[in-house]
Design a protein around this ligand. Structure first.
Ligand SMILES: NC(=O)c1ccc[n+]([C@@H]2O[C@H](COP(=O)([O-])OP(=O)(O)OC[C@H]3O[C@@H](n4cnc5c(N)ncnc54)[C@H](OP(=O)(O)O)[C@@H]3O)[C@@H](O)[C@H]2O)c1
Length: 218
């Protein structure tokens, strides 16, 4: 299995890359900074340096040749304000979709967010823009003919993973570890029969493999 992770040096992306590499998968991806390349190499992962906002779909498609699963785990995070969110979480996903089409990559897993995250709080306009942009990206991907899965994790933590989750089309927004998000994505990479589903992800009591398998339909 060859997986390509956009955002491979990120909190979720690096964890996923390490899990897939340990499973014997071929892993490639896009990262931005040279020190991240060194970190990835230290884990035995060879990836490609590049800025998604400056990478056209044909260039990305050339990197994707032979890829079985494309994972979009990038995000602007808190940096760069609304413009960065639009450029990465929004237009970046459009570029990834077009590149997948050009490279004939059928499967795309998108790390999204709960649309109603932090409804119980006062949130900034930037956060509202982030949630709206992510929802638009979900809608864009869901309208394609690709074999997609949209995973919406709750608030991410760096606590050690538990190996147990809740995964369902609608959950109450709580939290989940990056370890468990990455392990769920790895399970999705290896479960091609689960396709064209939007699934929310929180901490929970179900083993990750069981949590994923329950949503295979037909
Ligand atoms: N934080 C939360 O509570 C939360 C909750 C639900 C969903 N999410 C989503 O989960 C995903 C992963 O989160 P995370 O914690 O792993 O985030 P992260 O650690 O910030 O990782 C995101 C990665 O995307 C990369 N990136 C940003 N702009 C890029 C560009 N123009 N070209 C190439 N790469 C670029 C970043 O590169 P740099 O390292 O160079 O910045 C970073 O490595 C994100 O999509 C986020 O929106 C987050």
């Amino acid at each position: 299995m060859k997986a390509f992770i956009i955002g491979i040096a990120g909190g979720v992306g690096l964890r996923l890359a390490r899990l897939l590499t340990a499973d014997g998968d071929h892993v490639d991806g896009l990262y931005r900074r040279s020190e991240q390349g060194e970190l990835l190499e230290a884990h035995g992962i060879h990836a490609t340096r590049g800025d998604l906002t400056r990478t056209g779909a044909p260039t990305l498609a050339a990197l994707l040749r032979g890829t079985d699963v494309l994972v979009f785990a990038a995000g602007a995070g808190g940096e760069g304000g609304t413009n960065a969110i639009t450029a990465i979480d929004g237009h970046g996903l459009s570029t990834a979709i077009e590149a997948a089409r050009l490279a004939d990559v059928r499967r795309l897993l998108l790390v999204s967010v709960f649309p109603e995250a932090w409804r119980d709080r006062e949130v900034s306009d930037t956060f509202e823009h982030y949630v709206e942009t992510k929802k638009r990206a979900d809608a864009e991907l869901a309208a394609t003919a690709l074999d997609w899965v949209i995973l919406r994790p709750a608030a991410l933590t760096d606590d050690p993973g538990t190996g147990r989750i809740s995964l369902a089309p609608a959950l109450v927004h709580t939290q989940v570890t990056r370890d468990d998000v990455a392990a769920t994505l790895a399970e999705l990479v290896h479960t091609p029969r689960l396709s064209r589903e939007i699934l929310e992800l929180t901490e929970g009591s179900t083993l990750i493999a069981d949590g994923v398998q329950q949503w295979i339909r037909g």
